[in-house]
Design a protein around this ligand. Structure first.
Ligand code: PMP
Length: 406
């Protein structure tokens, strides 16, 4: 409805909403895959529309979301501290639990200090945007997560991109900057494990090149903490480069089975971000239940390495299983296993057939991946059993042949 007492403009702000019909079309075709309500705990078997399905679309790498110890820690904290903090870390929203978590994270990651944010997304926004000023430059991988891209947009610095995991191109970008007389700081931000592709950043080369050109390095280890490295400390530990990465970022929404995010770094850097990050200062802090769940998950990550071993056993089984069926799973090296399909509609049809046969996956289309490169993102968990995984491979074999994907 347009009020008639205003001067008519050519384009109404909401025109794009009225003409956006793609989601409704896919719904009408019975193929809409997003916002599926799950009516059970988000474990390895979930209930959707009253039916049990195997979950291979989560980031629950260590299987801790329904661990009784983690759930009890969350419940106990809610009983003792209440349901929320009603304020930011800066003012009334810091609990002793947050301080304890930061101390334990710093110790675990072998760094001077840590800072906890309310989401992983905010951790990237808040850290990148407050560190990179007008005269500085950001250098990022073309496949970096949206929260890194948006952190760059929020900062006042210029952003340059290099080809995905292409260290020659990375060096080329830095060389050009130097040749053009850049005088400000440089922050390079990369995913440790890329969230769609499942491949690992070439950190040794990235660190070497960065040092040569004076670039500081930040690694988003959302998909690597708890997963990579002997002790589950992520990409820097995996490459034995813990003291070579300036800032390591992670989330609590994956291996830690909760919500929130963090950075670890030298104390001076943490202290600066703590006092300048708008996402920290102007947003309410992590609730007690979520914080206590992370503390318990951290204890389990530290003391139960067998979970990580089982995760890698399951990962190897699925890499081999998909490849031997003839699927293209790209360059993955981790529990994230993308199954390449190609066109969006084929991907939705594949997704629906899998769900009808009891397997939950995530369809990923452009712009999250390049157009024509749509895929089903699958991911594995330490607590998937051989029966789960064999059933998944059986269903993928039958449906893939039927739809002529393999
Ligand atoms: N970084 C990466 C690489 C991610 O994959 C995600 C979430 N998928 C985030 C950051 C944001 O984390 P959160 O969902 O915990 O806000």
């Amino acid at each position: 409805m347009t009020p008639d007492n205003i001067v008519n403009t050519k384009t109404d702000l909401f025109d794009k909403c009225f003409s956006f019909t793609r989601a409704d079309e896919v719904k009408a075709a019975g193929l809409y895959p997003y916002f599926q309500p799950i009516s059970s705990a988000p474990g390895n078997e979930v209930t959707i529309n009253g039916k049990k399905v195997i979950m291979i679309g989560s980031n629950n790498y260590l299987g801790l979301t329904d661990d009784p110890r983690v759930k009890e820690a969350a419940a106990e904290a809610a009983r003792e501290y209440g349901s929320g903090c009603t304020g930011s870390r800066y003012l009334n929203g810091t609990l002793d639990l947050h301080v304890q978590l930061e101390e334990e994270l710093a110790k675990f990651f072998k760094r001077e200090a840590a800072l906890v944010f309310s989401t992983g997304f905010q951790s990237n926004l808040g850290t990148i945007s407050c560190l990179v000023g007008r005269n500085d430059v950001l250098v990022i991988d073309r496949s970096d997560h949206a929260s890194i891209v948006d952190g760059c947009r929020l900062s006042f610095g210029k952003t340059l991109k290099f080809g995905h995991n292409d260290m020659d191109d990375y060096e080329h970008v830095l060389k050009n900057l130097t040749n053009n007389g850049h005088k400000g700081g440089i922050l390079t931000v990369v995913d440790g494990v890329f969230s769609m592709e499942g491949d690992i950043i070439n950190l040794p080369k990235l660190v070497e090149v960065s040092k040569r050109y004076g670039a500081r390095v930040m690694v988003d280890d959302a998909h690597s903490v708890g997963v990579l490295g002997k002790g589950g400390r992520g990409t820097p530990e995996h490459f034995d480069l813990i003291d070579q990465v300036d800032i390591q970022m992670g989330t609590f929404s994956k291996s830690f089975a909760s919500i929130g995010g963090f950075i670890v770094a030298d104390a001076k850097i943490i202290n600066f971000v703590k006092h300048f990050s708008r996402e920290l200062i102007f947003s309410a802090s992590l609730p007690p239940s979520a914080t206590a769940a992370v503390l318990k998950a951290l204890e389990i990550i530290r003391t139960e390495p067998e979970r990580r071993e089982q995760l890698w056993k399951n990962t190897r089984k699925m890499h081999e299983g998909f490849r031997s069926l003839g699927y293209d799973i790209g360059e993955t090296q981790t529990p994230i296993v993308p199954v390449l399909v190609g066109e969006d509609l084929d991907t939705f049809k594949f997704w629906k057939a899998l769900l009808d046969n009891g397997v939950f996956t995530n369809p990923i289309i452009s712009p999250a991946v390049a157009p024509g490169m749509a895929l089903l993102r699958t991911s594995y968990t330490a607590t998937h059993t051989d029966e789960h995984l064999d059933r998944v491979l059986d269903v993928f074999a039958t449906i893939g042949r039927k739809l002529k994907i393999i």
